[in-house]
Design a protein around this ligand. Structure first.
Ligand SMILES: O=C(O)CCC(=O)C(=O)O
Ligand SMILES: [Fe+2]
Length: 351
């Protein structure tokens, strides 16, 4: 992993190189696929439609995008723009508070939640919380002690519910498309939690491009990323970095390490990073769907065959994965960098 929940990807000053926005506009093959959620919804509600029909094509395109890119944009997702804008405005309201006020909600070294201010190549504000009501209320009071925090809580709750529904819908369609028995995934679905994280990259006015978040994979099953209209996200495909051009009204979807384990490596978590913006600031907000701490994650039986397709990873609890990740980032950081994945340490052959 993984920024997702515990430690965030580092903020460093490496130079980046990737196709420019201009190149992207000229060549659509350089862009991540754009999928229509309305078509996908229809295709999954009509499971028996014949392959080759328009509806099956939507699902096939999704599986192709998962295999080839591990990321895509989704349009017609049915989450109202008004809600997304309200959520973005709320995060900006937090990031616009004076630094000493924001630092009252500072993330401690023992916590995965809270506010963090980084200043390496360019200032970056990060705010990360869990989806539990008590945590949302706690931070509402920290940031807005004098005003009624109900606006904060209501917006976050409304958004997390909509994002959770969309994440599960997408996972269900992928799982069905891969021919996995839905019951095998129900075990995880029952015991999920989510992390919400906002990254606010201040404009750097730098002449050269510098990295905002270092290359990493997200740890959970799926990430939904809301971007504003400033480019900065890059994804790795076939050994090259591709800029993810922001699409209006679209949500960017990544698959994470837990889906890689569940599909026994059939779907890979996508490596990504962000560039610090030069002439404009940029806000990105991620919704990360992850297992509860004690849930044991292992490969679906459909993807395992003891002879031809043995499990690639040993079964492990989410908390083990997170602890390992935290350990690697603290004590052994220098030894294991620049490998962006913690999954390496759960490879079956190593145990
Ligand atoms: O800012 C972005 O576009 C990427 C954010 C990200 O990868 C993360 O928060 O894990
Ligand atoms: Fe990420």
């Amino acid at each position: 992993m993984s920024s997702t929940v515990s430690e965030s990807p580092e903020h460093c000053g490496d130079k980046g190189s990737s196709p420019s926005l201009h190149e992207l506009e000229l060549d659509t093959s350089l862009q991540i696929p754009i999928l229509d959620m309305a078509d996908l919804r229809r295709s999954s509600s009509n499971r028996h439609c014949k392959l080759g029909s328009q509806l099956s094509t939507a699902k096939e395109e999704l599986l192709k995008a998962c295999k080839e890119w591990g990321t895509f944009h989704i349009v017609n997702h049915a989450i109202p723009m008004e809600l997304i804008e309200r959520y973005q405005a709320l995060m900006m309201k937090i990031f616009s508070l004076p630094l000493e006020h924001k630092l009252k909600a500072k993330r401690s070294q023992f916590s995965v939640f809270g506010y963090e201010y980084r200043q390496n190549s360019g200032p970056l504000d990060i705010f990360q919380i869990g989806d539990q009501d008590a945590i949302i209320h706690y931070y509402a009071r920290k940031f807005f002690p004098d005003s009624c925090p109900s606006e904060f809580c209501a917006t976050i709750k409304e958004c997390k519910e909509a994002l959770c529904k969309l994440s599960i819908e997408l996972l269900d369609i992928v799982i069905e498309g891969l021919g996995i028995n839905p019951n095998d995934f129900d075990v995880y679905k029952r015991d999920m939690q989510a992390v919400l994280r906002a990254n606010y990259y201040h404009q750097t006015d730098s002449q050269e491009q510098v990295i905002g978040l270092t290359p990493h994979m997200d740890g959970g099953f799926i990430t939904l990323l809301l971007q504003d209209d400033v480019a900065g996200l890059e994804v790795m495909k076939d050994g090259e970095w591709f800029c993810v051009k922001p699409e209006r009204n679209a949500i960017c979807v990544h698959f994470g390490d837990m889906l890689e384990v569940f599909t026994n490596g059939h779907l890979k978590s996508v490596q990504h990073r962000s560039l610090a913006p030069t002439t404009k600031s940029r806000l990105s907000i991620g919704y990360f769907l992850i297992p509860l701490d004690t849930v044991v994650v292992s490969a679906a039986p459909e993807f395992v065959d003891s002879k031809s397709n043995p499990p690639m990873f040993r079964p492990f609890k989410w908390i083990e994965y997170m602890e390992l990740h935290r350990y690697l980032r603290s004590g052994l950081k220098g030894v294991f960098r620049p490998n962006p994945s913690s999954l390496l340490f759960f490879k079956a052959a190593d145990f």
